[in-house]
Structure formats: structure tokens, C-alpha cells
Design a protein around this ligand. Sequence first.
Ligand code: 56B
Length: 421
Amino acid sequence: MSSREHRVPLPNSSYVSEVKRTCSALRESQKIEVSTIVIKRLLFSPSFCSSFKRVSGYHGLNFPLIFPSVLSEVNFLSVLSLLNFGSGYRVPLHRQTGRGAWDGIRALMFGLYLSSSTGQGDLLSAKGMQTISEQQIADLMSINLYVEQPHSGIPGMSISTLGGPLYDFVKLIATTLRETGQILEDLGDPNLGTFVVRSLREVDVANNSADPNAGVDVILSKLVGAFPAFRDMAMIDEQPVYCFKKALFLIHAIVIRFGNSNMPPFPLPNSSQIPVFTDNVLPSILVHLGVVDLSRSTAHGLHAIFPDASDKAKVNSRLALPPPLPNPHPQTGPDSEKSLPTEGPVLNEEQAYILRAAALDACERIVQVARSLDENCLKADQKWIQNITLPELDLWLWAVAKDRADYRALERFVLRDTVFF
Ligand SMILES: Nc1nc2c(c(CN[C@H]3C=C[C@H](O)[C@@H]3O)cn2[C@@H]2O[C@H](COP(=O)(O)O)[C@@H](O)[C@H]2O)c(=O)[nH]1
């Protein structure tokens, strides 16, 4: 936990409305603009219209694993969400392993789950989480923790020592697992899934409230209250800002996975108006698509970080249909230097929170504009635009960033040393 976090008060009313309110206030005070005109340009763009339904329809949360119980699956999704960070290590991860943060964490989760069923003890339990070593994490993610360094005394010779950015990433994972496992043990919970299911049982009453986000609030406040690794919030220029990306992702993942059954095993919150899971991808893509305008945001130097975004021709080509794929043969293994994604601007914590808040609020506005489109001005095959939801928009932005070759090449900003995204 950073010292900064100690100074941020937890929200004192509805957590979801505080997320939305503080992100909106920060976007405005930082002079980041999101106009109705640029939102409509996105909503009616060939890129958006041709890919939205396909790209936002595949959630990817059904894992090819056989879970012995519902609790075991809830626990898997919960720990996966706890570890859903590492975006700042995307480029070194691609260089070594050929995949980014999300795929790396998924590989780790599969490994932890499968080793747990081979008699080594349950590594996804509160106790097991505290025993996982850095080397075990690195092995399961195919990360080499050692870097070659020139020998100080013998010219031409090198020695390998523990280090490099991926060592830092692995240490963050190990610390997060240990800390969360310890808290669960202190609470008397055998694993994170048990904590989540207990919180879900309190959702029923909240679902009858007039506030559509009351159910999400119940679980969100419990996760954030109990675990530092979910306390994704900061003080920026004396204003609190709440993002809570991983906790919101966890809640929605459970709804997606168990929501389409007639008899869900526990009460599920309504997550249709859940704030987006704001990371580095969403703000970066929204800037590149000309929706989030940073040109007047000078206080923290954000106007200068993505110079390409003011190039009208580039924005227009991104809003058009995708160019044909240059490489039809996806490869596996480490990326070649040529196909490596380029590292985006490396930001500080304040800058990252401001951009993430702006993206969260931009998504709220995109959905509002979509809802208020004049029915009479929409063609029959455009009416669906009015009904897009926040989590669908999140998934579209996140997944389309990987779906198109020209979008994959767009820089995402980088913040290292965070466990929040
Ligand atoms: N806003 C938002 N952010 C998301 C996700 C996901 C996972 N998406 C899949 C899971 C369920 C969905 O339904 C998708 O199939 C990961 N991330 C974030 O991206 C970051 C970058 O990762 P990479 O580019 O790999 O290095 C990663 O640190 C993580 O913070 C999402 O959905 N929304």
C-alpha cells in the first residue's frame, strides 16, 4: 500500500455514485474535453458500427477447466480479478513471452489451479496464496527473472542476476497474493471466493432499492474495505478520485458467468450501469479515436503525451473500416523485435489517475449520448446503438484494441509499479 493511499478517505456514500462523480469532477477540473460531436462521430463510425456487436459479445470468461464446485469457480474468477494488473509490463512481457499482461495472468491462474489439483495443496486458498514463491510465479508465466550484466572485474564476461522489470512485476504479484491471503486468514475465510459469496448473499435486499447500482455497492464496499489490492483510489490536487477497476471487474465477471442461469447459485447484482473497468487501454484508445481531447489539459502535461491524437487524418482512418490484416499467420513464442508493440508514454501516478478518470467519465457520456439519440434520425440498422451498455462499451474498447492490427500498434500509456491495472 502506498503512503498516498492512507490520505484518501473511503467514499462516504454510495461507492458507485462516488466513482462516477469523482471521475467526472477530475476530468472537468483537468480540462479534458469529451464533446457530444466527437461521441456521435464515434457512434456512427464504420469502425464502431461494423465491430461493436461482434467484439463486445465475446466475454472470454468461460474457462476450459472443470471446477469441482461453484465456490471453486467463484474463487478462480476472484483471484484472477485480484491479479488483473501488469499493463505497465506489456512490452517486456511481449518481448519475453509473446503475450501481454492479461494473457500472462491467465496463464498463471491456469498453472496455479492445475498444480493445486495435483496434490500440492490448494494454491488458490488463503493459506496457499501465502506460500507461492516468486520463482513459481515466474515459471508458470514463462518469465526469466535473471538479467545478464557485464562482470565488473572481467571484461567480456557477464553474470546473470535477479532483476529487470519483469522481476518487479512478479514481486508485485507475490506480494498481492501474500497480503490478500493473510487478510483472508485473519478474517477466518478459507479463500477469496468465500468472502465474495458471503458478500453476494447480502445483495438481495439491495436489489430492491430504487438505485440500480445498490447491489454492486454492497460487494464493492466490502472488497475495497477489506483488501488494499482493491483500494484503487488517490488524492489528485486535493480531490479524491475512485476507480476501483479490479473490484468492479470481479463483480461483473461473476454476473457474466452466473447471470444467464434461471437459478443463479446466489443473488447477483444488477451490473448494467456499472462503471467501466478503467485501465491503460481504455483512455489510450479513446484518445486515439478522438473522443477524449487532451489538448487543453496542461496542468499535468497531458496535452503532450499523445501527439498523434491531434492528427485529423489519422483519427479519421482509425474511425474507418480496418485496413486488411498484414500478417495472417499469428505466431506463438516471444515476439520478434519487429512485431513488438512500441512502449507508450511512461506516466506518473497522478497523470495515470487523471486519464483513467477521464476515460471512465467519457464512457458514461458515450452511453448517455447513445440513449438520447433521436429515434427518428436512426435507420433501422442503427437502432441498437441506443441500447449499448457500459460493460459492453468497456469490452468493445478493450477488445477492439487487440482486434485490429492498426489499433494493436497504437501506444498505450505505461505506469509501472501499480497493482491496480
Ligand atoms: N477495461 C478492461 N480492462 C481489461 C480487461 C481485461 C480482460 N478482458 C477479458 C476478460 C473479460 C473480458 O470480458 C475480456 O475477454 C484485462 N484488462 C486490463 O488490460 C490490461 C492490459 O492487458 P494487455 O493488453 O493484455 O497487456 C490489463 O492489465 C488489465 O488491467 C477488460 O475486459 N476490460
